[in-house]
Every structure is written in C-alpha cells, then in structure tokens.
Design a protein around this ligand. Structure first.
Ligand SMILES: Nc1ncnc2c1ncn2[C@@H]1O[C@H](COP(=O)(O)OP(=O)(O)OP(=O)(O)O)[C@@H](O)[C@H]1O
Ligand SMILES: [Mg+2]
Length: 236
C-alpha cells in the first residue's frame, strides 16, 4: 500500500475567465505507516492538492495512485458536517459499523460526550472541528488526510488532539497526510515534511525526520524545529 503523487499542473479558471495555475509540480510517494506533513504559504494550493489526493478533483495534469483498497477519511479545512443531523449521527453516517464503546471512547477523548445530540449549528468552530476529527477516527481509515485539523483550537486542546492523532497513527499502519502551519505539529508528528512554494505550489524540499515519533522528547522536538528553521521551513 503506497500513495504515489505526481501532479504536474493544476489550474483554475476564475470567474473573470482567467486561468490561474495553482500547482506546478509536486511529486512524492508515501509508504504504509508514514505520516507526511505539508507546509506552505497560505493560498499556495495545499487544500487543492488534498482534494486531488482524495480523488475529489480529477481535473489536473499528472497522476495520483491512491493506496489500493484503502479506506479514506478526510478532515476538510472547513468541518463540513451535515447541518440537519446530530453530532452522533454525523459520525455514525460515516462509520455505520462503529461499536458503541469505541464511539464513546472517541467522544470522550475529544470531549464531545455532552454534545452528542447537538446539531452542527449549535457548535462553535472548534467543536465542529472536533466532530470532524471524531468522524475521521471512527472510520478507522487506511488513508487519512487532515487539512489543518487543529486550527482554531486552544493550545492545550490542540496539544491533546495532536497526541490523539499520534496514538491513532500508531494504532494502525495508515498513510497519513497532515496540512499545517505549525512547525511544532510538523516536528512532533511528521515522518517527512514537504515544503511547498507560494502559488503555484511546487515541492521545494522534502525533509525526513529519522527519530521515531514515539521517541521524540522535548529536546528532540526543539532540535527538529531548529533544523526546519535552518532549512527554510520557518514560514509560519
Ligand atoms: N474552486 C476554485 N476556483 C478558483 N480558484 C480557486 C478555487 N479553489 C481555490 N482556488 C484558488 O487556488 C489557490 C489555492 O487555494 P487553496 O485553498 O488550495 O490554498 P491553501 O494552500 O490551502 O491555503 P490556506 O493555507 O489558506 O488554506 C488560491 O489562490 C485560491 O483562491
Ligand atoms: Mg487550505
């Protein structure tokens, strides 16, 4: 199971009829068990790339081979919940076979237990993001795409959820892609970090992190961050 990405070009035609290139060359592969972190300036084309990798947009030049037979879960940059369904139903619709104890564990970890019967319109953005994460976790994916999942959460909660993402990734051999503007998240979670240029996005660097995730203490994380800064990954 591997993800093979070779996007040569992706353009949008804007409302005034002008064509605008958004991606101009991104190729890499990710193996089973690997977590790739994508960083790059706002508006460079990261979410566009994630939609292509998820198979939601086939209007580009190049080729993407999704991992064969993989179950995909995606946390979009916007939570994208069904507004007429409760929190619990939003999760159950995506993961109809999820066991009650697993669902309870996920809601517990994400502090959503009290919100099970609420509707998306009753949630703050941070809560809605957590529901989107709960939905992705419940699916037990093989291929997980996370587009800035920890944005708009307070630091303490973001750190806890980052640990939960690490736990999920450790629990099964997935291919994971995480988009973030946080060098801290990148240093703590990534196996490889992909730095994109400003629009149109090109892959500028791919930096491997060799220390296993579970063995990264504070000193190691600081050293990785310093290394990222030296190599021009310090854009946020
Ligand atoms: N459907 C669309 N039609 C036209 N242009 C689009 C469309 N979607 C995105 N764009 C443009 O493509 C560029 C890249 O957008 P994208 O959302 O991929 O950026 P991003 O890297 O995810 O940014 P951010 O970090 O702010 O989330 C932007 O200039 C955006 O305006
Ligand atoms: Mg985006």
């Amino acid at each position: 199971m591997r993800l093979e990405v070779d996007i040569r070009s992706k353009s949008y035609t804007s409302a005034n009829g002008k064509r605008q290139e958004v991606i101009s060359g991104i190729s890499f592969t990710l193996e089973r068990g690997e977590l790739g972190v994508v960083v790059g300036p706002s508006g460079c084309g990261k979410s566009t790339m994630m939609r292509i990798l998820a198979g939601l947009d086939s209007n580009y030049e190049g080729r993407v081979s999704q991992p064969a037979g993989a179950r995909l879960a995606m946390v979009f940059q916007e939570p994208r919940l069904l507004p007429w369904r409760s929190v619990e139903d939003n999760v159950r619709l995506a993961a109809p076979d999820v066991a009650e104890d697993r669902l309870a564990a996920i809601f517990g970890v994400l502090e959503l237990e009290a919100h099970r019967s609420h509707f998306p319109g009753e949630l703050s953005l941070g809560l809605a993001r957590r529901v989107a994460l709960a939905r992705a976790f419940a699916v037990e994916p093989d291929f997980l795409i996370l587009d800035e999942p920890l944005a708009s959460l307070d630091d303490v909660l973001a750190a806890r959820l980052r640990d939960e993402i690490a736990t999920l990734v450790a629990s099964r051999p997935m291919i994971t892609l995480l988009v973030t503007h946080s060098m801290d998240d990148a240093a703590r979670l990534g196996d490889r970090i992909f730095l994109l240029s400003s629009r149109p996005a090109r892959l500028l660097r791919a930096m491997p992190i060799t220390v296993p995730r579970a063995e990264r203490g504070e000193e190691t994380v600081a050293a990785i961050r310093a290394d990222l800064a030296r190599r021009d990954f310090s854009m946020s």
